[in-house]
Design a protein around this ligand. Structure first.
Ligand SMILES: Cc1cc2nc3c(=O)[nH]c(=O)nc-3n(C[C@H](O)[C@H](O)[C@H](O)COP(=O)(O)OP(=O)(O)OC[C@H]3O[C@@H](n4cnc5c(N)ncnc54)[C@H](O)[C@@H]3O)c2cc1C
Length: 496
């Protein structure tokens, strides 16, 4: 019998809910610590910008055991995702397990000789306590610590009535009405905010970007839902994956001219559809080299607004603020009284002791995580949601199901520490030498290798059913309902 543990889940977003469900389901005692006043993480309403919606279609942004409501649109809006997550927490009785307004500020190994960790906690009203747990699931995501970017002259700019905010602070369209808005960055958030600012009555909108990147429209060619192209196994096979056999490498080499032609055709289609020549926003690099978690979906209306001048797109970055304006590195002066910095988030686990952070993160920022979930040199700890992707809810769900089994020694293929280290080394080598695009976000991005990653996880768990029929398996996107079936076919257990 496996011993019941007191498990701490840090974070109550998509991943924390998945982890809490998986450990609770096996009979563990679960405490979720969430520093915000509400669950949902990035989907918690006070953290979302107006009109936010998923990039993933709704059948790809769901847990295995709960579909999104039928009346939700294909790409649900922020409040709908939040209500889905709230319902999910209620369905599984998770809400009573969550301690809100409680941040983990530090942690260390227990000193009573037992496995586990002692965590330092701080409540919103400043109370500090410490608590011990037998196991910790880190579910704090990649979007919790804002990147802060300052430039000379900001104080004077603000003193003159200018405003500088991080993109996550753009929560009310009234903020931009009548103002000269400059958005820095070129992520999906940046283009969403630029379009929202135009629609919300900004006097002018400028977007300042370093390099243009390929974007995928919700409907490729105006007709085909991108999930039928970007997410399918047949497409995934066009990318060189890890652990390829000699035969797979040979096949890939033979198919190379066809694969090359496929990508050029897609680029040509996108160039026309998104008016990339007219706007001057055609990326320089081939599309296939850069497909990873940073590939944004095209914000509807963005390219049209650049083409007709409602949004001015300028290549460069900020050099300094001046009263009523922003100076760019190229010397250009942009009349502006509001800067919205879509400059992303700091990746990290700041509360982990330095000696363990060194084991987790290589000097070049690459994470050492087996299956992007666990490191054998950091005991009694695992990560859920660090396997980010284009369908992160499914990733978090499968990672949580994997992690509870790993923590309990119940994986059908429970790896030895040596096997884990060898695999982590192999993955690091692959990212550094064969697929540099996979180094994005510290190597914590599964896209575009969703199927390959999921195959490994369900195989480790001992699923007996692992595939749909060959046609569906190769030509349709991952099916969360099918993964529910695969999970049901894996050995299960309860703790004593
Ligand atoms: C605008 C936006 C749109 C997105 N759209 C998609 C999409 O369409 N498809 C997709 O796959 N992904 C999308 N993502 C990525 C998204 O982050 C993930 O899908 C998913 O929501 C991440 O969930 P998470 O629980 O791992 O992290 P988060 O949602 O970031 O939750 C982490 C939680 O941990 C808490 N926390 C952090 N530090 C501490 C601490 N020290 N102590 C206690 N609590 C702490 C935070 O308060 C937060 O509630 C989107 C992200 C954004 C920002």
């Amino acid at each position: 019998m496996t011993i019941r543990k007191h498990v701490c889940v840090i974070g109550a977003g998509v991943s924390g809910l998945a982890a809490a469900r998986s450990f609770k389901k096996r009979g563990h005692r679960v405490t979720v610590l969430e520093r915000s006043h509400e669950l949902g993480g990035v989907w918690e309403p006070s953290r979302s910008y107006p009109d936010v919606q998923t990039q993933s279609p709704k059948d790809l942004y769901r847990y295995t055991d709960k579909a999104m409501p039928k009346d939700f649109p294909e790409w649900p809006k922020g409040p709908q995702v939040f209500s889905y997550l709230s319902d999910y927490a209620d369905d599984h009785g998770l809400r009573p397990l969550i301690r809100f307004d409680t941040a983990v500020s530090a942690m260390r190994r227990r000193d009573d000789g037992k496995p586990g960790w002692e965590l330092d906690l701080e409540t919103a009203n400043g109370e500090k306590t410490s608590e011990t747990f037998d196991f910790v699931a880190v579910c704090t995501g990649q979007f919790s610590e804002k990147n802060i970017l300052t430039h000379p002259g900001q104080e004077e700019f603000e003193a003159e009535g200018g405003t500088v905010i991080h993109s996550s602070e753009y929560t009310d369209p009234a903020m931009v009405k009548g103002r000269n808005v400059t958005v820095l960055g070129f992520s999906k958030s940046a283009t969403d905010i630029a379009v929202s600012a135009v629609k919300s009555g900004a006097r002018s909108v400028t977007i300042v970007y370093l390099e243009s990147v390929w974007r995928i429209p919700y409907f490729v060619g105006g007709l085909i839902n991108f999930k039928r192209i970007l997410y399918i196994r047949a497409q995934e096979k066009m990318f060189p994956g890890w652990s390829r056999s000699g035969f797979a490498r040979f096949n890939h080499a033979v198919a190379r001219p066809f694969i090359w032609a496929h990508w050029r055709a897609l680029e040509a289609l996108l160039t026309v559809q998104l008016k990339l020549n007219k706007t001057g926003l055609k990326p320089k690099d081939p599309i296939e080299g850069g497909v990873n978690c940073s590939v944004p979906i095209a914000t509807p209306g963005f390219f049209e607004m650049v083409a007709d001048g409602r949004i001015k797109a300028v290549q460069g970055t900020f050099a300094s603020y001046e009263p009523g304006a922003i100076r760019l590195t190229g010397g250009e002066l942009i009349k502006s009284d509001m800067a919205i910095l879509a400059v992303g988030w700091k990746l990290g686990v700041p509360y982990l002791p330095a000696e363990y952070r060194e084991k987790l993160v290589e000097p070049d920022g690459q994470y050492r995580l087996y299956r992007l979930i666990a490191n054998p040199d950091i005991p009694d700890l695992g990560f859920v949601g660090f396997n980010s992707s284009f369908c992160t809810v499914l990733c978090a769900d499968l990672a949580a199901e994997w992690l509870v089994r790993y923590a309990d020694g119940k994986l059908a293929k429970q790896p030895t520490p040596e096997e884990m280290r060898a695999n982590m080394d192999m993955m690091l080598h692959w990212r550094r030498n064969e697929r540099p695009a996979a180094k994005i976000y510290g190597g914590l991005c599964v896209a575009p290798y969703h199927f390959k990653h999921f195959d490994e996880l369900i195989d480790d768990m001992g699923a007996r059913v692992k595939r749909r029929n060959p046609l569906a398996e190769n030509l349709s996107p991952p099916d969360a309902g099918a993964y529910a079936r695969y999970l049901r076919s894996a050995p299960d257990y309860q703790v004593a």
